[in-house]
Ligand binder design. Sequence first.
Ligand SMILES: Nc1ncnc2c1ncn2[C@@H]1O[C@H](COP(=O)(O)OP(=O)(O)O)[C@@H](O)[C@H]1O
Ligand SMILES: [Mg+2]
Length: 375
Amino acid sequence: MNNFPEGMPAIAQKFETAGNITEIKPLGPGFINDTFIVKTDKSRYILQRKNHLIFPDVPGMMKNIELITEHIRKKILAEGGNPLREVLTVTVRKPETMTEAEKKDPAGHLYYKDASGNYWAMCLFIEGSVTYEKADTPELCYKGGEGIGKFQAQLSDFTTPLNETIKGFHNIRWRFRQWDEALAKDAAGRVKDLKEEIGWIEDRREEMLDFWKKVEDGTIPTRVTHNDTKISNILFDGNGDVLCVIDLDTCMSSTSLNDFGDAIRSYTNTGAEDDRNLDNVGMSMEMFEAYTRGYLSQRKGNLTESEIENLAFSARYITYEQVLRFLMDYIDGDTYYKTAYPGHNLVRTHAQYKLLCSIESQYEEMKKIVDKYAR
Ligand SMILES: Nc1ncnc2c1ncn2[C@@H]1O[C@H](COP(=O)(O)OP(=O)(O)O)[C@@H](O)[C@H]1O
Ligand SMILES: [Mg+2]
């Protein structure tokens, strides 16, 4: 019995695994999803409870993942690669466990909804893969850039429209609407103590909207984007080479600049996202250059002039958005991000803001580096 957390075997058995299930174990503390490793006598799988408070359209999300992974799988097969290792393989439902309604749902084979309304999905565990919590060497930064660049290159001819599974994700106009509402509501009564922090957001409102207008009017093109490009979402092999990009829950159609900016935000930070010691926090130019070099090694010649011109700014945009989101969650009373202690979201806000200031002060140099590798 110890091999199985309560209720888990019944859920895992809804999916088409090879062999008999012998063990189910939780895998680390997920930030957003709860993740389990399901072991059978033949293989291993990842079973995840998809947080439907954050992803209101889990079927749409799973359909996106199926479309994207199928597209990449075809490319890998055409190039003679190993599709079981170089792209996520979604494990589908056992048809005999599906209801008539699930059979009619175009995404019904991709997830299981349990009696409490939780959504579950499964994929193949990629054996021998390594993930890094932090890109702490320029080499790893380069590889991470290469991974996301490759993912974007594999999807550069993907034209199927994707479901917008998180409305307004990385859309600052949408965020400002939420922000204005959060301030007006002041759900946790914290606004009165946040004058300075709120000023950080308001002072930059116009320049952030100016950037987003270029996405809205098509000056900056729309592509398939991953939208959560941290290093822990890339699997590497034992040699440190990129296997594939995982955690595809947030994949949508947007500007690929968001993927770059988010990666710079997470890869180049010399401190932790929730560092209490702000002296630790800042953007490492060495890491920025390494990531940019890796990324552009895959995208060189395939980005538009407007994308190249705005690439460095995307790091400011995404870091700013993260400051806003942490602060907004603090104002809302900590409803979105898991917090480890009271005030955790405010600590995160301060650490991200320090990072933002560091990026702003190095902006001219960043633009020069982009110019050097983009063409
Ligand atoms: N298919 C897989 N093969 C091997 N390891 C995986 C796989 N999927 C996820 N993992 C591991 O589980 C971790 C969490 O999975 P992820 O899908 O990124 O969920 P979360 O939303 O919690 O970040 C990853 O960082 C990776 O270490
Ligand atoms: Mg992840």
